[in-house]
Design a protein around this ligand. Structure first.
Ligand SMILES: [Zn+2]
Length: 409
């Protein structure tokens, strides 16, 4: 059996992994990194028959329209299948706006959606005499791990999270021979989630009590809805803008896979949705909290709201996710500056950062390895993998693959 990474082995982003076992040639995830310029994985080798998409974040699905060009079948959960359309159409739009050549056409997106089969959250797919089973990954609604059962049992994690959040229950690990594990947070631990939530709630109320507004820039898929639920029972007027609105609709249509469908429905019924650009002025007039992409303040409606909120010392910008080097969010936290349209300004509003990561921390990843009892752990999707290897090596054989080279198992 051979594993080969097309991308996303030694860094977070553009993930793609092929698994060859006798006559079977499978692909797991095929994403892109929406950086400036964007990064792409190596081309798909010929002969792939089945492809599996763990979830709809762009670094896992962003290049998926190329999978089905050569006739492969693709599989994902119902939720991921519905989010795929939204995410890929948005990726095409962003490529057009930013002037980067798109790697595929609208036709390729349609073709993929035609061949992307929806599988139940714990369902099984036959692949030429072997099987691939799904098991929940936590992370975001619809996210799954894949267990390949062939000459060896290989568990591909995609992105994982151990603990339940408002949106999803935690992961459900299953035994395997080879664990192919993400390592985004290798070497890092998260603050206790309940404490982070309480800190956010108190900070938001403090801003509102002094007459300010809170801008919560957040990723459209997952984070925005999670924050909406964290703030749900406070006496606040919350407005939601950008692609987060469409994701709310898809979650609402698939409420049964959410951890607490009724709580989601209640939270959604309490927020105001910005239906068109003209209503953004209303949001600035009436909202206590505005939830909108982009989460790193590099585009989307968040830039419009910043124009007003950044200048108001009573107001605040609360960042809730990872801020990539060079992003406005990172500059705001580290240097206190923002650059919009080539002009750098120094906001006078309050700025604070909260860790709402949807990834497992270092000790959670060790725990996942212990719970799945593998002989071999293959670490991927991380730029600090050595720290995790040092801890894992005491109990397991550990492999750190690089992009483009095959690993024989
Ligand atoms: Zn993800």
């Amino acid at each position: 059996m051979e594993l080969r990474f097309l991308g996303g082995a030694s860094k977070v982003g553009s993930l793609g992994m092929t698994l060859t076992d006798g006559p079977r040639k499978l692909l797991f995830d095929y994403g892109m990194t929406p950086s400036d310029p964007p990064e792409y994985p190596l081309p798909i080798p010929p002969g792939i028959t089945h492809a599996f998409i763990s979830h709809a974040h762009l670094d896992h699905i962003g290049m998926a329209p190329l999978i089905t060009r050569d006739g492969a079948n693709a599989f994902a959960t119902h939720m991921t299948r519905q989010l795929a359309e939204l995410m890929l159409e948005d990726a095409l739009k962003v490529a057009r706006l930013e002037g980067y050549p798109s790697q595929y056409s609208n036709h390729d997106v349609r073709h993929l959606l035609g061949r992307l089969r929806a599988v139940e959250p714990e369902g099984t797919v036959s692949v030429g005499g072997a099987e691939v089973s799904l098991t929940p990954a936590g992370h975001v609604p619809g996210a799954t791990m894949f267990l390949y059962r062939g000459s060896r049992d290989v568990l591909f994690t995609g992105d994982v999270q151990s603990h339940p959040t408002h949106l999803v229950g935690g992961w459900k690990p299953v035994p395997c021979d080879v664990l192919v594990m993400e390592s985004t947070y290798a070497g890092k631990e998260h603050e206790d989630r309940a404490l982070t939530e309480e800190r956010l709630r108190q900070s938001v109320m403090a801003v509102v009590d002094r007459g300010g507004q809170v801008l919560l820039p957040a990723f459209a898929m997952g984070r925005s809805q999670e924050l909406m639920m964290v703030l749900e029972d406070l006496d606040l007027e919350i407005w939601i803008d950008g692609m987060a609105r469409a994701v709310c609709d898809i979650y609402d249509r698939n409420r049964s896979v959410l951890r607490d469908p009724r709580a989601f429905k209640r939270a959604l019924s309490r927020v105001e949705i910005v239906q068109e650009a003209a209503e953004r002025h209303d949001a600035l007039r009436y909202a206590d909290v505005i939830l909108t992409p982009s989460g790193m303040l590099d585009g989307g409606p968040s830039l419009f709201y910043l124009g007003t909120i950044a200048k108001d010392p009573k107001s605040a910008v609360f960042l809730s996710g990872y801020q990539v080097e060079g992003s406005n969010g990172r500059d705001l936290v580290e240097k206190g500056t923002l650059t919009v349209g080539g002009v750098t300004v120094r906001p006078t509003c309050q700025v604070e950062k909260f860790d709402f990561s949807a990834h497992a921390g270092h000790s959670d990843l060790l725990e996942l390895a212990r719970q799945t009892h593998p002989k071999t752990v293959v670490l991927m999707h991380g730029d600090q993998r050595e720290v995790l290897r040092a801890d894992l090596e005491k109990e397991f054989e550990v492999i750190l693959p690089t992009e483009g080279t095959g690993t024989e198992l």
